[in-house]
Every structure is written in C-alpha cells, then in structure tokens.
Design a protein around this ligand. Structure first.
Ligand code: COA
Length: 332
C-alpha cells in the first residue's frame, strides 16, 4: 500500500490502477502546503494520483534513457582510440547502466514493478530520450555524446535533484557526481580532437553538425507546447522549464565550442545581450515527434538489442528467483 491508495500492476504490467479515484481535497491541500514549504515527499506519504502518475512516467522514461543510452557508446568500447579511452568508456557505460538501476528503484517506490516498466519499454509504450535514436558513426560522435549530451543531462539533473520527490532527488544527486566525471572525459576527448590534425577537427565538426538538432530537442518541446511542465513545476518535480534548461545549456556550452573555433549549424544562434536569452532557429519539431514516436533512425535497432538481452537473460532471472528449479545452465 502506498500512501493512502492501493496501486498495482495489471497482470501483464500494462496498466496502473488505483482504488482511490478522486483525491481528498483536504489531503491535497496539506500535500501542496508541504510542497510549498520545500519538504520532500517520501514513498509512504499521501500524494495525489496525478503526482504519482507523472512521477512514474518521468522517472521511468529517465531510467529507460540510461540503459538505452549506453548502447551507442557501448558499441565503441572496442574501437575507442587507445587503452585509456577504452577503460574510461567501459567505466562510463557501466555507470549509465547503474543510473538505470537507481532510477528503476526510485520508480518502483511509486508502485510500478520493474517488469512492467521493461515490458512497456520493449512494447514501445514508454518513451526514452530522443538523442539515443541516432547512430554513433565515428569516435567524434562518442565525443559529442560524452561532452554535450552528458552536459545537457547534468543541466536537467542538477535542477531536478532539488525537487520534491525524495527517492528521485537522491538518485539524481548520486547520478550527477558520476555524470561530472563523464563530462570531464568528454571534454578531454573534445579538446584532443579539436586541437588535433585537420582530419580530426573535420570529423568533430561533422559530428557536431549532425548532433546539434537532436541536442536542441533533448530539453523537450518549447514551453508553449510542453504538455506536462505547468503541473510538474507547480509540484516541484521539474525545477526549470524546457526553454529555461535549454537556455542554461546554451549559455554554458556554446561559448566553449566557439572558443575552440568550432561552429554550430545555426546561423541565427546568438545571445541577446539585453534579455540574456539565447536566440536560435527553432529546431524541426516534426522530426522530434517522429523520433520519440518510434520512427527515428535507430529506434528499432535499439529496442531489438534490449529485446535480445531480455530474452537471453531470462534464464538468469529465473534461476535467481527460483534457484531450486533452475539449476541447469542452458546449452549454448
Ligand atoms: N526525448 C523523448 N521524449 C521527450 C523528450 C525527449 N528529449 N522531451 C520531451 N519528451 C516527451 C515527453 O516525455 C512527453 O511525452 P509523454 O506525454 O508521452 O510522456 C512529451 O514529449 C511532451 O513533453 P513535455 O510535456 O515537455 O514533457 P516533460 O514535462 O516530461 O519534460 C523532460 C521533458 C525530458 C524535460 C522531462 O521528462 C525530464 O526532465 N525527464 C527526466 C530527465 C531525462 O529523462 N533525461 C534523459 C536522459 S539523461
């Protein structure tokens, strides 16, 4: 039982159902006062149905993004240039999977089982970050992911770690420590390519050109068309709007790229000195919705890898859950 309402998965983990359909207005008022005072909400506390539903949606998507996000970089472990970079990449990929574990644990405290979450990922019902549906074609792509996507994730996570749901905030705090190491390895790889041979610079510039739009999409649709921001910000789940996070990211990282003589594929990108806000060409939002709807360049490939892992790891999970029945190892 979770904070005043039973919540459980339907037999196949597809639907969440609550006994309590309507939130008690008195409890809601107390809850909102707690949020306004900056208190953390913990799993056993009463919470509105919609707060729980939104948190499950957001944390689950975040968890999926971590484990799917390990795939494009994972394919580069054997090809990373030199032993040190291979070691660093192995550690980073391992960290990302660990972040997935932390986040699935946080989502489970809200009453949705991990099995149901994985089923929803594999069936395409749950989303994960748009950026991981693009291919990592060269080492420079891995560099751009390691620097700019980790940077973008840090902007989001540092803000939301100060949010209202205790288990999510604590998971984010720990994730941010590790992400800051990832950022350093990404920055080091970026500097090496940017100050390297003309071919290395060209490879980096090409990767930046291809990744810029997905990175602009990463923070979500513009505030005026974000569906969930208003409620999530009122409940302090999201601590900054999509546009504010995008602006913070541009402010911190565009100057670093320009200092290295790199360019970004948007002639309108500039900071407005009067407003302090960045101006840019609106990225193609049709492309964004297509990708998050399952029709990006690598969606099928990414989910197929997870499906393969799910299928081939089934005997291990069964053996762990029923050690007496599953003694025999499968024949290779
Ligand atoms: N990739 C995939 N889907 C995205 C997205 C992205 N970069 N940005 C937004 N969306 C989806 C939302 O999930 C939502 O879809 P849904 O209603 O089917 O769940 C839809 O686009 C509308 O967006 P919005 O109303 O702005 O969603 P939001 O308030 O949840 O904000 C995030 C989007 C990404 C900022 C927010 O979900 C978030 O902070 N998530 C946690 C961090 C995270 O997942 N990071 C990714 C990996 S490091």
């Amino acid at each position: 039982m979770y904070g005043g309402g039973y919540i459980f998965d339907e037999p196949n983990g597809k639907q969440l159902r609550e006994e309590q359909q309507h939130d008690d207005p008195e409890k809601l008022a107390v809850f909102e006062e707690r949020i306004a005072r900056g208190e953390k909400i913990e799993p056993g506390d009463w919470m509105p149905t919609e707060y729980r539903r939104q948190l499950i949606r957001l944390i689950e998507q975040h968890a999926h993004s971590e484990i799917i996000g390990a795939l494009p970089e994972g394919t580069w472990i054997t090809r990373a240039p030199g032993f040190k970079r291979k070691l660093a990449l192995i550690a980073k990929v391992q960290d990302e999977i660990g972040h997935g574990q932390l986040l699935y644990n946080a989502a489970e405290t809200l009453g949705k089982s991990r099995e149901a979450m994985i089923n929803d990922l594999l069936s395409g019902k749950s989303k994960y970050s748009n950026v991981f549906n693009y291919p990592a074609e060269s080492w420079a792509d891995v560099t751009v992911i390691g620097f700019l996507i980790d940077a973008a994730a840090i902007v989001n996570q540092v803000a939301n770690a100060k949010g209202s749901y205790g288990p999510y905030c604590r998971a984010l705090e720990r994730i941010c420590y590790e992400e800051s190491f990832h950022l350093k390895q990404g920055h080091d790889a970026l500097i090496t390519l940017a100050t390297g041979t003309p071919a290395q610079r060209e490879m980096l510039q090409d990767a930046l050109n291809r990744w810029w739009q997905p990175i602009m999409h990463f923070f979500g649709p513009p505030d005026k068309s974000s569906q969930h921001s208003e409620k999530l910000m009122q409940w302090k789940v999201k601590m900054a709007s999509n546009d504010d996070m995008r602006n913070q990211f541009l402010d911190a990282y565009v100057p670093k790229l320009w200092e290295l003589g790199l360019t970004l594929p948007d002639p309108n990108l500039k900071k407005n000195a009067a407003t302090g806000r960045w101006e840019y060409t609106d990225p193609d939002w049709n492309e964004f919705f297509k990708v998050i709807g399952g029709d990006g360049p690598c969606n099928k490939e990414r989910l197929n890898v997870r499906k393969w892992a799910e299928e081939h790891g089934r005997w291990v999970r069964k053996a762990l859950m029923n050690p007496k029945e599953e003694r025999a190892l499968p024949v290779a």
